[in-house]
Write a protein that binds this ligand. Structure first.
Ligand SMILES: NC(=O)c1ccc[n+]([C@@H]2O[C@H](COP(=O)([O-])OP(=O)(O)OC[C@H]3O[C@@H](n4cnc5c(N)ncnc54)[C@H](OP(=O)(O)O)[C@@H]3O)[C@@H](O)[C@H]2O)c1
Length: 251
């Protein structure tokens, strides 16, 4: 994939799921160095690092809980002086399904901090290094929930992901003149740990039945689009949120 070779990438939430598949796909596409962020699943992050190395790249791990400011500040301090070419703001979670009346201010802050504020602050830390190198690519991970309002108890998560799609446009407009392309991917339902935690098999089957392709997504379905957006093949794509959902929702 042209435009990835020799590059340094940071993928947040790369210990499993979409982020893990993206870290490996970037290494396969020729990235030179992959920074693998994780929170609780160190073993998964170490396995991803092994897979990155077996693709011929180097890598490193960074641990932080991005639902709280100290964790965000830890990542910001670690990457501020680095020269990163590719940033994938992927770490995110529903955190907990809760309806309006169940929601607490603390839960609201956790969902927004993890899914929105961390992406904003990490982007702010990485962009100066990209500017020193003359450009870069940023891919944010939104969600189909941004367009639909989300499933039961996922309203604030949906709002957070809508913020990501809006932020993607504003940052794209601000940074494109300086050689940095910002885009987003918006997964539908990907069958991974995220839904093991937050959805029942019955909920997943109901979702599957509404997908024209007749199957749920895989981590690789999303990772391949992220790598494409980072590559030269996407050189004229700026500020877009690409829906990757098997046809479930057509924008
Ligand atoms: N799965 C889906 O159907 C779906 C659909 C639409 C959008 N998305 C979005 O896709 C992105 C990746 O999710 P996924 O599907 O790959 O889910 P996943 O398999 O659950 O992986 C989530 C990743 O985010 C990290 N993470 C979670 N909470 C964190 C926290 N408090 N601080 C730092 N990192 C944290 C996890 O780290 P640890 O495991 O190390 O704790 C993990 O690496 C998320 O932004 C999610 O909202 C997913």
């Amino acid at each position: 994939m042209q435009g990835i070779e020799g590059k340094t990438a940071l993928v947040t939430g790369a210990s499993r799921g979409i982020g893990a598949a993206t870290a490996v796909a970037l290494a396969k596409a020729g990235a030179k160095h992959v920074i693998i962020h994780f929170n609780s699943y160190r073993q998964g992050a170490e396995e991803v690092l092994d897979r990155v190395r077996s693709c011929g790249a180097t890598g490193e791990l960074i641990q932080a809980d991005l639902s709280e400011m100290p964790g965000i500040e830890h990542v910001v301090a670690a990457v501020r002086e680095r020269e990163i070419d590719i940033l994938v703001n992927n770490a995110g979670s529903l955190v907990q399904r809760a309806t309006l009346l169940e929601f607490t201010p603390e839960l609201y802050d956790r969902v927004m901090t993890l899914n929105v504020k961390s992406a904003w602050m990490i982007t702010q830390a990485v962009v100066p290094g990209m500017l020193r190198k003359g450009g870069g690519a940023i891919v944010n991970v939104s969600s189909i929930a941004a367009r639909t309002g989300g499933g039961t108890g996922a309203t604030v998560y949906a709002a957070a992901k809508a913020a990501i799609s809006g932020m993607t446009k504003g940052l794209a407009r601000e940074l494109a003149p300086q050689g940095i392309r910002v885009n987003a991917v918006s997964p539908g339902t990907v069958q991974n740990y995220f839904h093991e935690r937050f959805s029942t098999p019955e909920m997943l089957e109901k979702m599957r039945q509404n997908i024209p392709l007749g199957r749920l997504g895989t981590n690789e379905d999303i990772a391949d689009v992220i790598v494409f957006l980072c590559s030269d093949a996407a050189r004229y794509i700026v500020g877009q949120t690409i829906e990757v959902n098997g046809g479930w929702f057509m924008a």
